[in-house]
Ligand binder design. Structure first.
Ligand code: ATP
Ligand code: MG
Length: 584
C-alpha cells in the first residue's frame, strides 16, 4: 500500500529538510493540542474540590490562550511546508514527463494516444501531488499524532481505560486494507477511462470540420455519451467504495466513545478516576476522531496516488525506440549519403516497407524520389531522420553508419519539410524562426522569397505578425506549405528534405521555388519526393519506387528513354498541364 511512498523516495530524499521540519512541527502541534483538555480537566477538578481561586483560574485561561496561539503558528508553518511540497513534486514530475515526451520517437506516439498522455500529465500528476502533501499529513496524523494521543491518554489519565477504548481500532485497519485494495483497482480503471475520454474530446474538436461535413454530429455525440457514461460508471464504482470509509470509521469511533464512557463512569464510581479526568479523556477521544479518519483518507489517497503514479511511471519508463549512441563518431559534414541494400519495416507493419534500396548522392546533388502513392517515398526520406530503429543494410553519411552519428548532429544538418505541414499557433514570423532562432526580418524575408511566399505575405492582415491559428487554420494549404518551406530554408541546411512539399502550390509557383532551390542550394544536398515529375526534372538522379523497391532509376533523360513508369507518367502529366495551360 505504501509502495507509492517508496517510489517517490527520491523526492522525499531531495526535500529532506522540508519534510523533517514539516513532520516534526506536525507532531509538535499534536503535543501542544493535548494541553488545553488537560488544563480544562484540572480546572474542573479544582472546581469540584473547591480549591479554585481567581488567580489560578486566570492562570488556566492564559495558559490555554497561549497554547492556542502557538498551535496557530505551528500549524501555519507545517501546512506551508507539506502543501508546498505537493506543488513542487507536481512541477518536477510534469517537466520530467514533458522532456521525456520530447525525447520520444514516432513509434511511441503511434502506440500512445495524445489524450491519454495529457490525462497522465494533468489528472494523474495532480493525484500524485496530493499523495505527497495531503498523504504525508494523513500519514503523520494517523500514526504519530494518534500515538501521541494514546500516550497522553494512557499516562495522564488511565491506561486501562485507554486500552478498552481502542479495541475497535484493529477493525478499522482491517476494513481499510480491504477497501484500499479495491480502490486501487477501480481507480486505475477510472483513470484509464478518463484518458480515453480526453482522447475522444481531442479528436472530436480537432476533427470538428470533418464531423460537420459528414453530418456525424449525432453519432459523435452518441460516442461521447457512451464514453462519458463509461467514465461515470467507473468513477461511481470508486465512489461506492469511497462511501464505505466514513461510516466504517464513524462506527468504530462511536464504539470507542461508548466503551470509553461506560467504562470511564464505572472507574469514576470506583474512585479510580476523577470527574476532571473523565472530561479530559472524552476530549482526547474527540481528538482521536480525525486521526482515525486520517487512516481512511491515508489508505484512499495512497491507493489513488499509487495507481496514478504507476500510470505516469509506465510512460516515463519507456525508452526511446532510437537511443542516442554512447560514443558518437564526429562527422565533419555530410559529404555523401549512401543507402546500401537497405531493407526496412515499420514496427507495426507486416511487410517490408523498403526493400534492397541502393542509392547514393554526393554533396551538392539533388535526388528525386517518385512513385505511386504508398510506394515508400516518405519512408525512404524519413530514414535519414533516424526516427525508427534501422532495418538491415547500411545507411551511411560521409561513410559513417547513421547509427553511430549523434541524433543532435544528424538533425542539425537536416531541414525537413514533412508531407503534412505542422505549424504552431503563433505568428508567421515565429513559425519561420523555428528554423533559425532570433533570425532577423531580413533573413526571414530572404527565406520567404525563396519559398515564393512573398506575394502572399502582402495579402495577410498583419504581414509577418499574422497569427496562423491553431495548426495553421488561418492559412491556405499552399500558404502553409510555403511557410514550412521558408522554415526549412532559413537554416540553409546541409541536407534539405522536401517530402511532397510542393503538392499544394500551382505549377508556376512550383517552378519558381525549384529555380530558387537550384540556384541557392548548388553546394548543398537536396532530396525531393513528389507526384509532379516537373519538380524533379532537374535532379541529378531520380529513383522510382514501387512497393518499397526501386524499379527504375536514372536521370530525367535516361528515364524518359527507357520508357517505363516514369515516361508514361511524365507524358500523362505533360498532356494534363498542356490542357490546363490552354484553358488559361
Ligand atoms: P504518398 O505518395 O501517398 O505520400 P509514400 O510513397 O510517401 O506515399 P509512405 O508514406 O512511405 O508512402 O508509405 C509506404 C508504406 O508504408 C505504406 O504502405 C504505408 O501504409 C506504410 N506506412 C507508412 N507509415 C507507416 C507507419 N508509421 N507505420 C506502419 N506502416 C506505415
Ligand atoms: Mg509520402
Amino acid at each position: 500500500m505504501f509502495s507509492v511512498l517508496k517510489k517517490l523516495g527520491w523526492f522525499f530524499h531531495r526535500e529532506k529538510r522540508r519534510y523533517v521540519i514539516g513532520v516534526f512541527l506536525l507532531i509538535l502541534c499534536g503535543v501542544l493540542e493535548l494541553a488545553p483538555p488537560r488544563l480544562l480537566g484540572s480546572a474542573i477538578d479544582d472546581i469540584v474540590s473547591g480549591s479554585i481561586t481567581w488567580p489560578s483560574l486566570t492562570k488556566y485561561i492564559l495558559l490555554i490562550i497561549g497554547f492556542l496561539a502557538s498551535i496557530y503558528l505551528v500549524t501555519y508553518i507545517w501546512m506551508h511546508k507539506l502543501f508546498g511540497a505537493s506543488n513542487l513534486v507536481e512541477r518536477l514530475l510534469r517537466s520530467r514527463f514533458m522532456s521525456h515526451l520530447l525525447r520520444m520517437t514516432p513509434p511511441f506516439f503511434e502506440r500512445n494516444r495524445t489524450g491519454d498522455l495529457m490525462a497522465r500529465a494533468t489528472n494523474d500528476l495532480r493525484s500524485v501531488s496530493q499523495t505527497v502533501g495531503f498523504g504525508m499529513l494523513t500519514l503523520t496524523d494517523s500514526t504519530a499524532y494518534l500515538a501521541v494521543i494514546f500516550l497522553a491518554m494512557s499516562t495522564l489519565i488511565s491506561w486501562k481505560l485507554t486500552l478498552a477504548a481502542i479495541i475497535p481500532l484493529p477493525f478499522i485497519a482491517l476494513a481499510m486494507k480491504i477497501y484500499g485494495r479495491i480502490i486501487h483497482e477501480r481507480y486505475t480503471l477510472a483513470q484509464d477511462a478518463f484518458g480515453d475520454m480526453n482522447d475522444q474530446v481531442l479528436e472530436s474538436v480537432a476533427g470538428v470540420r470533418v464531423i460537420r461535413a459528414y453530418v456525424q454530429e449525432r453519432n459523435d455525440e452518441q460516442r461521447f455519451t457512451d464514453i462519458t457514461n463509461d467514465v461515470y460508471k467507473k468513477n461511481l464504482a470508486v465512489a461506492k467504495v469511497d462511501a464505505f470509509f466514513e461510516p466504517t470509521i464513524r462506527l468504530c469511533v462511536g464504539l470507542s466513545y461508548a466503551i470509553g464512557l461506560t467504562y470511564g463512569i464505572y472507574l469514576v464510581f470506583h474512585n479510580e478516576l476523577t470527574l476532571g479526568d473523565l472530561v479530559s479523556f472524552n476530549m482526547y477521544l474527540g481528538m482521536m476522531i480525525w486521526p482515525m479518519f486520517a487512516i481512511g483518507e491515508l489508505i484512499n489517497i495512497m491507493q489513488r496516488g499509487g495507481a496514478s503514479l504507476d500510470r505516469v511511471n509506465e510512460t516515463l519508463d519507456v525508452n526511446p525506440d532510437v537511443q542516442d549512441v554512447a560514443n558518437p563518431v564526429v562527422v565533419e559534414g555530410p559529404n555523401t549519403i549512401e543507402f546500401k541494400d537497405v531493407t526496412f519495416k515499420y514496427p507495426t507493419s507486416t511487410i517490408n516497407n523498403l526493400e534492397h534500396i541502393d542509392v547514393s548522392i554526393r554533396r551538392g546533388e539533388t535526388l528525386g524520389v517518385v512513385g505511386r502513392t504508398g510506394s515508400g517515398k516518405s519512408t525512404l526520406l524519413k530514414q535519414l531522420l533516424h526516427e525508427y530503429p534501422t532495418g538491415s543494410g547500411d545507411i551511411k553519411i560521409s561513410d559513417v553508419p547513421i547509427e553511430n552519428i549523434s541524433l543532435n548532429q544528424l538533425h542539425g544538418w537536416i531541414g525537413y519539410v514533412p508531407q503534412e505541414q505542422i505549424l504552431f499557433s503563433k505568428t508567421v514570423r515565429q513559425n519561420i524562426q523555428f528554423g533559425l532562432q532570433d533570425a532577423s526580418d531580413e533573413v526571414i524575408m530572404d527565406a520567404i522569397r525563396t519559398a515564393a511566399f512573398d506575394q502572399d505575405l502582402g495579402t495577410l492582415s498583419d504581414g509577418l505578425d499574422t497569427l496562423v491559428g491553431e495548426k495553421g487554420v488561418a492559412l491556405s494549404g499552399g500558404q502553409k506549405q510555403r511557410v514550412s518551406l521558408a522554415r526549412a530554408f532559413i537554416a540553409d541546411p546541409d541536407i534539405l528534405i522536401l517530402d511532397d512539399a510542393l503538392s499544394a502550390v500551382d505549377a508556376r509557383t512550383e517552378s519558381r521555388i525549384i529555380n530558387n532551390i537550384r540556384t541557392q542550394r548548388s553546394s548543398k544536398t537536396t532530396l525531393i519526393s513528389t507526384h509532379r515529375l516537373s519538380a524533379v526534372e532537374h535532379a541529378d538522379w531520380i529513383i522510382v519506387l514501387e512497393k518499397g523497391c526501386i524499379i527504375e532509376q536514372g536521370t530525367h533523360e535516361t528515364l524518359l528513354e527507357s520508357g517505363g513508369w516514369y515516361r508514361e507518367q511524365y507524358e500523362r502529366q505533360q498532356v494534363e498541364s498542356g490542357l490546363t495551360d490552354e484553358e488559361v
